[in-house]
Design a protein around this ligand. Structure first.
Ligand code: PAF
Length: 287
């Protein structure tokens, strides 16, 4: 596995791969890797000639300085895991390599991300998706990847990235991969490393409640199901729902009736102490 820190070196590797006609898969990450990331890498390795994994904590997508400062990092461990998973290249650039013009200047291009970027994470974390679009569009162009793999835990992010490639005219396939969970149901996330023992013990209540709510939704309205989830999770010590939205999975806009869309998901963000956890659940998919 080649470890590349400089963008020029990445461009040289990519151009040589292109000359050889290799199919390139990209897995963008912010490091602190876990089995969820590795499942994306393994899928890319199985489906492509070359897999590039980026490990870069992108400052422009953080709207909270403490969140950026405390984001978990473990470069050595990441390299070991990626090499074991069969990645061909790991791109681990500095902020200056990615944004040579400076992060403020990078923000002068405003991406058209559609209405999917205005709700939920877009509302709670102003500028977050513009930051995601900045880094992801750069990675797509630098790596000239044929396909990029993302985890469905960030359900909204995938919809926003699909909108971004359309509006920017970037030709790449986006593959959405299923959420990986711990044995007790907690969605794997780099942020789980920040939980105290007590918070970690309580964290599976999120998915447990979401799963129960699927059954509940069969005999209750959207509004009742919403109330069921929020009140149950808020009753757990140290937990507070930031938002829970039951949405049309295609537009990410809220639905009021189950009959409104053939594809409905519930997206949730919960503060478990100070740690912000996200998850989602499928209610209906009839398309
Ligand atoms: O999902 C993430 O880890 C990040 O948002 C991404 C896609 C790697 C961009 O920094």
């Amino acid at each position: 596995m080649e470890i590349i820190r400089k963008t020029d070196a990445l461009l040289a590797t990519v151009s040589s791969a292109r000359e050889r006609g290799l199919r390139i898969g990209l897995v963008p990450t912010m490091g602190a890797l876990h089995a969820g990331h590795l499942s994306l890498v393994e899928r890319s390795v199985a489906e492509n000639d070359m897999t590039i994994v980026s490990v870069f904590v992108n400052p422009t997508q953080f709207n909270n300085a403490t969140d950026l400062a405390t984001y978990p990092r473990d470069e050595e461990h990441d390299i070991k895991l990626l090499s074991g998973a069969g990645a061909t290249v790991v791109y681990m650039p500095s902020v200056e390599e990615v944004y040579p013009e400076g992060t403020a200047a990078a923000g002068s291009h405003v991406f058209d991300l559609g209405s999917a970027a205005e709700v939920m994470e877009g509302k709670m974390r102003p500028g977050h998706f513009q930051g995601v679009a900045q880094i992801v569009s750069r990675l797509f162009r630098l790596t000239q990847a044929d396909v990029a793999y993302f985890g469905e835990k960030d359900f909204q992010q995938i919809a926003v990235i699909r909108n971004m490639i359309k509006s920017e005219g970037i030709n790449i396939d986006i593959v959405a991969c299923p959420i990986r969970r711990a044995d007790d149901g907690l969605a794997l996330s780099s942020r789980n490393a920040l939980l105290s023992d007590d918070q970690r013990r309580r964290a599976p209540r999120i998915y447990e409640t979401l799963k129960e709510s699927v059954e509940y939704s069969k005999s209750h309205s959207v509004r009742e199901t919403h109330h069921y989830v929020v009140s149950k999770i808020n009753s757990v010590e140290e937990m507070e729902v930031e938002y829970f939205e039951i949405v049309d999975a295609r537009t990410l806009l809220p639905v009021e009736e189950w009959s409104e869309s053939p594809w409905i998901v519930g997206c949730i963000t919960v503060y478990n102490g100070k740690v912000r956890l996200i998850d989602n659940i499928l209610y209906r998919k009839e398309i």
